[in-house]
Ligand binder design. Sequence first.
Ligand SMILES: [Zn+2]
Length: 266
Amino acid sequence: MSRPRVYKTEAVVLGGTRLGEADRLVTLYTQRRGKVRAVVRGALRPRSRLGGHIQPLTHCHLMLAVGKGLDVVTGCQILNPSIPLREDLVYQARGFYLMELIDNFCPEGLENRALFSLLVDTLEHLCLSEGGERVLRRFEVRLLDITGFRPELHRCLGCHQALEPVTNYLSLSAGGLLCPPCAPEQPPVHSLSVNAVKVLRLLQEADMETVNRLKLAPGLAAELEAALKGYIQFVLERRIKSGVWLERLRRELGPNGSLGGPQNGR
Ligand SMILES: [Zn+2]
């Protein structure tokens, strides 16, 4: 069966770079074809409507024409604009972190509807000023799950016994938890408190509503963030640049972690 020359799909714009005089090369995560690189012709011309619409973090409905090399975006209808996220530096950094994770985890052209839904759902909840970080943790855990890197959190990967409610150890190379006697055998490991393991198990199953109700003490939140960052870095064999930017922003802005959202007129 021949591939249709034109197709429609929902998509989230992950990012883009300049291409020649006035075009943009954009990376999209599409519902129907997974990650796609496509050209937006004339996007950099001041009057380009498409160029104005197809901005990073935007959730849209796209029409694309199949090209010889790259597909070409021919139409765009915005479903959820990126503007609220782009009005606050921390929200924006969270959004870019999400885009970079998807870009790094997903090969081109591989459809994954569960991941697309997770991405859209997460984007919608990123603007919660306190809850945004929990939303990111849920995304990380579910992303690992959907892409086949779900860490084992119930049994020790060394001795296969059920884990006791004590400090256990997340082994990056083994892909899950080790009990205290097994941990020294297999570095590198992150120690994980009883509560951190409980929250990670919850995040593997929880819907967004449950995550929004979750209250995490700052120490526990930091513990979870460090463990998941370490795990993801190990899986990808690289650091996520926007994650480093997000950490720096939060350090500079203090515990409230936000310059203020759209509500206060920025
Ligand atoms: Zn063990």
